[in-house]
Ligand binder design. Structure first.
Ligand code: ADP
Ligand code: MG
Length: 714
C-alpha cells in the first residue's frame, strides 16, 4: 500500500492525530500553517512519487527549506513505523541540532518529546523503547548501534542528514549503509544535503554506473544578499565583529543579526561585551537605540538555553521607539545545521574551529582555521531567508578568492583510532577495502591500528583482543576506556570513573571576563597537590558533598549543568562497567590513591606524555613537540614527567589538564610503545633510556603484560 500526498494532506488537516488518537491542539494547527510555507512541504507529492519507487534517494535542498523537520515526518506517514515496531532514524552531525530539531518536530507532530518523537546523543537518550518511532540521533550514535546490530534491524528508513558536512561518523556510516542496503532490500535510505554536490553521493550509492539513485531536489527560495568585504584585513576579528554588531544595531533597518565566531569562550566574551556596550549606548542616547537581546549558541549549551535562539526579538523599549533586535552569536552550528528565522544581517569573520590531525605526532587538535568558499556562501545565505539581507565579511575580497573551495572531509584530517576500533569490533577487518566516499590515507589507518595495538585493544595481527572488545563498548576515546577498564588493577576504579566522567563533559570552570580574579581564587580553593586530574576528582567529590547547598557551584565559579551531566555520565559508565564486570574499587589512603590514579593514567595516556625542559612551564612531548603548561593548569610543582589530556594550540602549543607521572611506569605499562630501540635519537629518548637502564636492575629485563599490572606498583 503506497501513500500519496493527498492522503497525507487529509491526515494533517484531520482533527485526530493518527499517531496518538488524540485531538490536534491549537498549537499544532498554527505550526502546520507555517510548515505549509516551507519549500519541502510544497514538494510532498514529488517526494512520495520517488520514495514509493526507490530504495535509496539523494535529496538536496537549501538550508532552511525544511529537510530536517519535514522529510522524516513524510517518511513516518509512509512507513507507519508505529504499526510495525519499526523506527525512522534521522542522523544529525551535531548534538545541539539533534535536540533542538527533535523538540521542534515533537511540537509539529503534537506529541511529547521522548515519546513518539525522541532523540539520542552521547550520554543522553530521550527515547521510549516501544513508543518512539521517529528518532533524531547523532551520526556517531547510529554508527555505535551498527556495531551491535550490523543489520540495524530496528529501522525501516534511515535518513542521513547534512551529509555535505562530511563528518567522520557520517562518512563511515554511509559506507556501512551502502553495504547494508544490499543485504536489506526492505531498508530505505535518504541522503540529504544542502549543497549541490549531489552527484558525488549519487555515484557513491549507485548500484551500477548507469543506475544512479534518483535525485530529489527542492529548489531554494532565497532572497538576494548584499555581500561586502573590508578594505583591509582586520587584526582582531572578535573586536571588529562586536563593533559591527553595534553599528548595524544603530544604523540598519529592523532585522536580526547572526555572528559567526569559533568557540564557547570567544562567544561568551563577545556576548558579554555586546551587552555592556549596548547598555552604554542606550544610556548615552536614550530613545534612539532599541533593546538588543544577545544569545550565544555553541555545542555544549544547556538545553534550556538552546531554545532561546528561536525566541522572537525584544519589542521596542517604548511605543514607536526604535525596534528591538536579536543577535545570535554562534559557532558553525548556525551555518547549515540550524536555521534561525528572522536573520537579515550576517557577520562573518571567516574562521571556524576545525579538527586537525598530525599523524606523525599522533596529535589531534581543534584549530581556529580559515573557512572555505562554500562555507562563506552558506553563511551569507543565512541572511536571505525571509527577505533581502546583508552579509558583512570581515576579510578582503582578495582573501576570499584565496580560500579553499570546500572544507576537507573530516576523515582526511582526523585521528581514526576510535573509528577503527568500532569497525574492527563490527567485524570489518579489511579496513583498506572498506568503501569510503573519500579514502583516508593508508598511513592514517595503519597508525590507528598501531595505536590500538599499543593500547592492547588489537593484537599484532589486527585481531580484537578481549580487552579491546570491552573497550569498544564504552562511548569513550580508547585511551579513556583503556584507563577505566584497567583501573581496578590499581584499586582506584571508583576514582578513575569520576575522572573519566569529568573529562567527558564540557569544561566545568567558569571564568567570566569581568570576574577573572574571583574565579581564579575560587579555583585555587579546590586545587589539590598532584595535578589537574586529581583536582577534577576533588571538584566532583566536593560537589556531591555540597549538593544540599544550591549556591555552591555559583560561589565556586563552577558550571552546574556540566557537573550535573558529569553525575549522569558517571552513572551510565558505571552501568557499562557493571555489564562487563569491571569492579569498582577505591584505595583507602590518600597517598596510595594519588599514586594509583597516576599509574592508571599512564596505562591509558602513555602517548600523551611530556618531560620538562629548560625554563618554567616548558615541556617537550615524547614526539619532540615543545609545549607549555596551559595557564589553566594548576600543577603546583613542575614534575620531570607529566601526562596530559589535551593538546591545544592558541597563540602557541599548550598542554591542558596535566598530572605528574613517573617514566618508570610508562616503560612498564606501555612496553610496546616504549620499545626504545626503534626510536630516533632525541633528548626524550636519552632520558627514557637512562630510566630504563636503572629499571633493568630493579625489575629484570622484561616488564610483563597488562594482566600483571599493579603487582609491581611503586
Ligand atoms: P533544513 O533542514 O532544510 O535546513 P529545517 O527543517 O531545519 O530546514 O527548518 C525548517 C524551518 O523550521 C525553519 O524555518 C526553522 O527556522 C524552523 N525550525 C527548526 N527548528 C526549530 C525550532 N526548534 N523552533 C522553531 N523553529 C524551528
Ligand atoms: Mg537541516
Amino acid at each position: 500500500r503506497e501513500v500519496t500526498a493527498d492522503q497525507v494532506h487529509l491526515a494533517l488537516e484531520h482533527d485526530i492525530n493518527p499517531f496518538t488518537n488524540q485531538p490536534h491542539t491549537a498549537q499544532y494547527k498554527k505550526i502546520l500553517e507555517s510548515r505549509k510555507t516551507l519549500p519541502v512541504f510544497a514538494h510532498m507529492a514529488e517526494f512520495y512519487k520517488i520514495f514509493n519507487k526507490h530504495q535509496i534517494i539523494i535529496m538536496v535542498g537549501e538550508t532552511g527549506s525544511g529537510k530536517t523537520t519535514q522529510i522524516p515526518q513524510f517518511v513516518a506517514y509512509s512507513d507507519l513505523p508505529h504499526t510495525k515496531h519499526k523506527i525512522v532514524a534521522c542522523t544529525q552531525t551535531r548534538r545541539v541540532a539533534t535536540t533542538a530539531v527533535a523538540e521542534r518536530v515533537a511540537d509539529e507532530m503534537d506529541v511529547q518529546l521522548g515519546q513518539q518523537v525522541g532523540y539520542s546523543i552521547r550520554f543522553e537518550d530521550m527515547t521510549e523503547p516501544g513508543t518512539t518511532f521517529l528518532k533524531y540521533m547523532t551520526d556517531g550514535i547510529l554508527l555505535r548501534e551498527a556495531m551491535h546490530d550490523p543489520d540495524l534491524s530496528r529501522y525501516s528508513t534511515i535518513i542521513v542528514d547534512d551529509a555535505h558536512e562530511r563528518t567522520l561518523a557520517t562518512d563511515i556510516l554511509m559506507g556501512v549503509l551502502k553495504t547494508l542496503a544490499r543485504r536489506r532490500p526492505d531498508l530505505k535510505l535518504i541522503i540529504m544535503s544542502a549543497t549541490l554536490d549531489a552527484l558525488k553521493f549519487q555515484k557513491y550509492f549507485a548500484v551500477s554506473s548507469d543506475a544512479l539513485p534518483p535525485l530529489f531536489k527542492v529548489p531554494g527560495r532565497t532572497h538576494p544578499v548584499e555581500v561586502s568585504y573590508t578594505e583591509e584585513p582586520v587584526s582582531d576579528y572578535v573586536k571588529a565583529a562586536i563593533r559591527l554588531v553595534l553599528k548595524i544595531h544603530r544604523k540598519e533597518k529592523p532585522g536580526d543579526i547572526l555572528v559567526f565566531l569559533t568557540g564557547e569562550e570567544e562567544i561568551e566574551d563577545a556576548c558579554h561585551s555586546i551587552k555592556r556596550e549596548v547598555k552604554t549606548l542606550i544610556d548615552h542616547y536614550p530613545g534612539t537605540v532599541g533593546p538588543l537581546e544577545c544569545i550565544p549558541l555553541y555545542s555544549w549549551l544547556p538545553p534550556q538555553q538552546q531554545q532561546r535562539i528561536f525566541d522572537p526579538p525584544p519589542t521596542a523599549g517604548s511605543p514607536g521607539g526604535p525596534p528591538g533586535r536579536k543577535v545570535v552569536v554562534s559557532t558553525n552550528i548556525a551555518e547549515s545545521s540550524l536555521t534561525i528565522d528572522g536573520i537579515v544581517y550576517v557577520v562573518d569573520p571567516g574562521f571556524s574551529k576545525q579538527k586537525v590531525y598530525n599523524p606523525s605526532t599522533r596529535v589531534e587538535s581543534l584549530l581556529v582555521s580559515l573557512i572555505s568558499k562554500e562555507s562563506a556562501q552558506q553563511r551569507a545565505g543565512r541572511a536571505g531567508r525571509t527577505r533581502p539581507g546583508k552579509c558583512f565579511r570581515l576579510y578582503t575580497e582578495n582573501d576570499m578568492s584565496e580560500l579553499e573551495e570546500q572544507t576537507e572531509p573530516e576523515i582526511l584530517r582526523s585521528n581514526l583510532v576510535s573509528t577503527v576500533l568500532m569497525l574492527v569490533k563490527a567485524g570489518i577487518k579489511d579496513l583498506d577495502k572498506f568503501d569510503y566516499l573519500d579514502e583516508p590515507a593508508p598511513e592514517s589507518l595503519s597508525r590507528a591500528l598501531e595505536v590500538l595495538n599499543y593500547l592492547a585493544a588489537v593484537d599484532d595481527d589486527g585481531n580484537l583482543t578481549a580487552l579491546g572488545s570491552i573497550m569498544a563498548e564504552f562511548p569513550l576515546d580508547p585511551q579513556l576506556s583503556k584507563m577505566l577498564i584497567i583501573s581496578p588493577e590499581f584499586k582506584c576504579s571508583n576514582e578513575i570513573l569520576t575522572i573519566t566522567s569529568m573529562l567527558s563533559v564540557p569544561n566545568v570552570w567558569l571564568r567570566p571576563s569581568n570576574k577573572r580574579e574571583e574565579a581564579d581564587a575560587a579555583k585555587a580553593m579546590l586545587t589539590v597537590p598532584g595535578g589537574d586530574h586529581l583536582m577534577l576528582l576533588n571538584v566532583y567529590n566536593e560537589y556531591i558533598r555540597n549538593q544540599h547547598d544550591k549556591d555552591w557551584t555559583y560561589n565556586h565559579y563552577l558550571s552546574a549543568p556540566a557537573l550535573l551531566q558529569a553525575v549522569s555520565v558517571r552513572e551510565q559508565l558505571e552501568r557499562t562497567m557493571g555489564r562487563f564486570e569491571v569492579d569498582i574499587v577505591s584505595v583507602q589512603d590518600q597517598i596510595g590513591m594519588s599514586l594509583a590514579i597516576k599509574q592508571a593514567l599512564c596505562c591509558g595516556f602513555f602517548m600523551q606524555v611530556a618531560h620538562k625542559v629548560g625554563g618554567k612551564r616548558n615541556y617537550m612531548t615524547v614526539n619532540n613537540q615543545p609545549v607549555v603548561l596551559h595557564p589553566s593548569c594548576r600543577l603546583d610543582t613542575q614534575p620531570e614527567w607529566v601526562i596530559f589530556n589535551e593538546f591545544v594550540v592558541t597563540n602557541r602549543p599548550y598542554i591542558r589538564t596535566v598530572t605528574g607521572g613517573q617514566p618508570g611506569w610508562l616503560l612498564e605499562y606501555a612496553r610496546l610503545y616504549f620499545d626504545l630501540k626503534d626510536w630516533p635519537d632525541s633528548e626524550t629518548k636519552r632520558a627514557l633510556v637512562r630510566v630504563a637502564t636503572k629499571m633493568t636492575g630493579r625489575f629484570g629485563a622484561r616488564f610483563d603484560k597488562v594482566a600483571r599490572i599493579g603487582e609491581s606498583g611503586e
